[in-house]
Design a protein around this ligand. Structure first.
Ligand SMILES: [Zn+2]
Length: 306
């Protein structure tokens, strides 16, 4: 292993098409009205997306930023009457955050695709089996790969993605006889990388039904975060031990004295390389500022029936 094929990210036209196909099948949660630029009085309509319409980022004519506050997350949405919320997995103290974050994104995407057709896909994944599959397939130990084998010498995300492409992740089918029934596996078709600075595009991906995997810099307050709280990344930049999480929503708020876009995060609440941290249940999802996100990845699932 150590080579990867990064696929193309969704085009804006694909996001527009999804909006056209599914916008009227969701439960309306739009409160966004037209925005009139206070600088030049130009009027803007909300940006139409599959799951939620978003306020325009700012004025293309005079450059003024729209600082109207809003927030939403995929897990609060319904499509065709089906909730898009999904299970939160627990990586415990293992350095497996990348796999857990990707699994959360797969789980969320699977729900979304099911809801598009009117089905509920919710059978749990066997992540422990996936860890074994990863180690066997790559010859590495998940979370302890040699540095020179990692993407840009720190990120194992594309390696995990490649294994999900070739082997997929096992779905737990419960008490049925595993010796005679092959375990169903869900594979990804491709994966893509997104520029973390392209915040507008990231918000459109999320609103267009693409939950994302993101690396965020470590902070010491991780342990004390509860549902809906802001995460404070350390100011000294160090991407080498970034923690991987799933981005599932976004919003705009005040970060100190400036207005900034934030993301809603579903964590698997373990922290890489911090094994002394006490195990603790998170109350739910937390919030990270867009400037604290270091790497962003997304994926397409292969055809699936469960
Ligand atoms: Zn303007």
């Amino acid at each position: 292993m150590g080579s990867w094929v990064i696929g193309p990210a969704p085009e804006i036209s694909e996001l527009d098409e999804r909006a056209a196909l599914y916008r009227d099948k969701r439960k309306a949660m739009d409160y966004v009205s037209n925005w009139i630029c206070p600088g030049c009085r130009k009027e803007y309509e909300p940006i139409k997306n599959m799951l939620v319409d978003l306020p325009p980022f700012g004025c293309v004519d005079c450059g003024l930023k729209n600082n109207a506050a809003y927030e939403w997350k995929i897990t609060q949405c319904t499509l065709n009457g089906i909730s898009l919320d999904f299970k939160t997995y627990d990586q415990k103290l293992e350095p497996h955050c990348t796999l857990y974050a990707i699994t959360a994104v797969i789980d969320c995407t699977r729900r979304l695709e099911g809801a598009q057709k009117g089905f509920v896909f919710s059978a749990p994944f066997d992540i422990n089996e996936m860890v074994e599959t990863y180690n066997k397939r790559t010859g590495f130990k998940l979370g302890n790969e040699p540095q020179d084998k990692l993407y840009e010498t720190y990120d194992n995300c594309p390696i995990v993605m490649e294994v999900l492409k070739s082997d997929g992740i096992a779905i737990s089918i419960g008490a049925s006889d595993v010796t005679t029934t092959p375990v169903p596996r869900l594979k990804i078709r491709s994966y893509f990388r997104v520029d973390p600075k392209d915040v507008l595009y990231i918000t459109r991906l999320l609103a267009g039904g693409f939950p994302l995997v993101a690396g965020i810099r470590h902070g010491f307050l991780f342990n004390y975060l509860s549902d809906g709280q802001y995460y404070c990344a350390p100011t000294c930049e160090n991407t080498s031990d970034a923690h991987a999480v799933a981005l599932i929503g976004c919003g705009v708020g005040s970060n100190g004295n400036k207005t900034e876009t934030f993301y809603k995060v579903r964590n698997s609440h373990g922290i890489k390389a911090h094994s002394h941290y006490q195990k603790r249940e998170f109350g739910g999802d937390f919030i990270v500022w867009s400037s604290d996100v270091t790497d962003v990845w997304g994926l397409y699932l292969a055809q699936h029936e469960c």
